[in-house]
Ligand binder design. Structure first.
Ligand code: MTE
Length: 299
């Protein structure tokens, strides 16, 4: 089993309702225990999750169009049952894994993560999911594997956005194996204790909270273990703007805009910009993965 990352929030902190995280409970009850390690430098208050409508109404899922409201309007076209994930490449147990079968073997947890999009907006999202490391253990990673590649479903008849050559379909992403095995790295299957909605990447998507949102690939149908760094959609499309790592880094601007601050979705007109944190606030947990690397070079 993977080294399990201690989750700080218990059932009582996660309700399917809107008033999901009780602020007093967080500040008065949990702050000292766990939230600090969870929240990194940010205060617990900042981890008040966005509401359901915000999380499911403002999305990026280019297979359904490039507008923020396109996924909510069109993603219902995608059929997600049955669903299986092909795991191949450098694994001992390659094959087509039925999702229900996978889920019956995994520990589904609740995790509230900050989510930072490369476009300088952010949300806080209460996910349900399991650690990717546990799935990798099920597949049995072979020695010599160094990277994990992911692919999204490509079904043009259900995905109107794929008629346009915005990206080279299918959507592809990748992680270094140690990033993939990090206990913060989640395979999400739910939000607010409900199955993950199509526009957010049903029925299973990746969540890597210290990286820009585009690394969190949706509606995954294939996971491959490789010895070489795999090609990724955004890097293939605009290589001078999007690198393989894509770690949240307020000190390195995107060539066309600053990454120093972000706009938290929600809060209406008075929504304030807030400083972006190194590794999206997860520096303590993940900085050791990049020791000795020049993060202005490995973007
Ligand atoms: N996955 C696929 N297959 N297609 C996409 O267009 N967009 C990415 C990522 N995963 C995308 C994707 C980007 S740019 C972001 S910011 C997040 O999904 C958005 O996730 P959310 O809509 O759940 O907030």
């Amino acid at each position: 089993m993977a080294q399990r990352w201690k989750n700080d929030l218990t059932d009582t902190d996660v309700t399917p309702e809107f008033a999901f995280l009780n602020r007093r409970q967080v500040i008065g009850g949990l702050a000292g225990v766990g939230i600090a390690s969870f929240a990194g430098k940010a205060s617990a208050e900042e981890l008040e999750p966005n509401n359901w409508d915000e999380i499911t109404g403002y999305n990026n899922f280019y297979e359904f169009g490039t507008g923020k409201e396109d996924p909510a309007a069109r993603a219902h076209l995608m059929t997600t049952k049955p669903w299986s994930v092909k795991i191949d490449g450098m694994v001992n147990n390659p094959g087509e894994y039925d999702l229900q079968d996978i889920m019956s073997k995994m520990t589904i947890e609740k995790r509230i993560y900050r989510f930072r999009c490369v476009e300088a907006w952010s949300m806080v999202i209460p996910w349900n999911g399991f650690e990717l490391a546990d799935l990798l253990d099920l597949a049995g990673v072979q020695e010599g594997a160094k990277y994990v590649a992911f692919e999204t479903l490509y079904r043009p008849e259900e995905m109107p956005g794929t008629r346009y050559p915005v990206l080279d379909w299918p959507y592809r992403e990748g992680l270094r194996l140690d990033e993939a095995r990090h206990p913060l790295t989640l395979m999400a299957t739910g939000i607010y204790d409900k199955p993950i909605p199509n526009q957010n990447g049903a029925p299973i998507r990746l969540v890597v909270p210290w990286k820009y949102g585009f690394k969190s690939i949706k509606s995954i149908v294939r996971i491959s273990l490789t010895s070489e760094e795999p090609p990724t959609s955004w890097n293939m499309s605009i290589p001078n703007e999007y690198g393989f790592y894509s770690n949240v880094n307020p000190n390195v601007d995107h060539p066309r805009w600053s990454q120093a601050t972000e706009r938290r979705i929600g809060g209406g007109l008075f929504a304030r910009r807030q400083p972006t944190l190194m590794f999206n606030g997860y520096e303590e947990e993940v900085a050791p993965l990049y020791e000795g690397m020049d993060l202005s070079k490995f973007i």
